[in-house]
Design a protein around this ligand. Structure first.
Ligand code: GUN
Length: 304
């Protein structure tokens, strides 16, 4: 039976470090770090994310500044708000919540944020610094996953790591961070031939594709470490019966509540094969916000 890598517990450890960092700033007579969150439109999932971010900021003493814009905001108005936040010396970090409503160009918005305030680590300057292995603001989810692996003493040097997914938010930066730690890295994706065989070579498998239960137990090398970045909601009972064959309780919850959260990996099956697995929920999810607040503190301290 695999060990469960508890993301919530590790997020709490990371947040405690941030809280102490904020306290240190205040003790030196500096102001609390400030994070500006820009939410355009009324996507329900984004509203939940933004609320969770504000609550986490409050816990560690970071000032959270919310800017809500209507879904039909013209790009020029979003540009103007980003320019204003870039120029505001009272703002250390800027996050434009994704996805943006149709008609708005996310890349244009993300590229407009000052790299020094880009706490998401999505600006090409920060992505380029990561590519070169230089310090910069790095994407929150992969940074926090690396921190979780380090905390649990997962050795990366020389291992075979497979990153399933090639997004700029998780897959690509995660692959670069693993490479930096001397893993031999494969990026696999929806067009990869014989995905199962590629995954089976992995000593470390990171799944970040947003496909519920894609990774079956038979895709996992015995003793591998599995990091599941996917957060998906499954409502279909037939699909649930397949994905949760080794997790009867989860299937019961789906039937009782009409839906249940699940990762990209079949957790019950992974627990029987892997040496360690992150659960969903309670794995990578809580780590992302901890990574964001950590970046906000770094951005604030860089200006001193
Ligand atoms: N939407 C979902 N996850 C994220 C994230 O990490 N950053 C931003 N900006 N938007 C998101």
């Amino acid at each position: 039976m695999a060990t469960i890598l508890d993301g919530k517990a590790h997020a709490d450890r990371m947040l405690e470090v941030v809280r102490q960092g904020v306290e240190g700033r205040l003790a030196q007579g500096l102001r609390a770090p400030a994070l500006a969150v820009v939410l355009v439109g009324d996507d329900p999932a984004s509203q939940v994310y933004v609320r969770n971010k504000s609550a986490a900021c409050a816990k560690v003493g970071i000032t959270s500044l919310e800017h809500k814009l209507a879904a039909d905001t013209p790009q020029a108005d979003l540009d103007a708000l980003i320019d204003q936040l870039n120029a505001d010396s009272g703002v250390d970090g800027i996050l434009v919540q994704l996805p943006l409503p149709q008609g708005l160009d996310s890349k244009r918005a993300l590229h407009r944020i000052s790299p020094a305030k880009d706490v998401d680590g999505f600006h090409p300057v920060n992505q380029g610094l990561l590519l070169e292995g230089l310090p910069g603001l790095r994407p929150c989810t992969p940074t926090a996953c690396m921190s979780l692996l380090a905390h649990h003493g997962v050795a990366l040097k020389g291992i075979r790591a497979v990153v399933l997914g090639r997004s700029e938010i998780v897959g690509k930066p995660m692959a670069l961070m693993l490479l930096e730690q001397h893993a031999t890295v494969t990026i696999a994706h929806s067009r990869t031939k014989d995905l199962a065989a590629v995954c089976r070579e992995a000593d470390l498998l990171v799944a970040a594709v947003g496909r519920p239960g894609l990774v079956e137990g038979s895709w996992i090398k015995p003793g591998a470490v599995v990091v599941d970045v996917g957060i998906n909601r499954v409502e279909d009972e037939a699909q649930g019966a397949l994905i949760f064959a080794a997790e009867p309780k989860k299937l019961e919850t789906l039937r009782a509540k009409g839906g249940v959260l699940c990762g990209d990996v079949r957790f019950g099956e992974a627990m029987e094969v892997a040496s360690a697995v992150t659960p969903v929920p309670g794995g990578v999810g809580p780590l992302t916000i901890a990574g964001l607040l950590s970046n906000t503190l770094v951005a604030a301290n860089q200006k001193v």
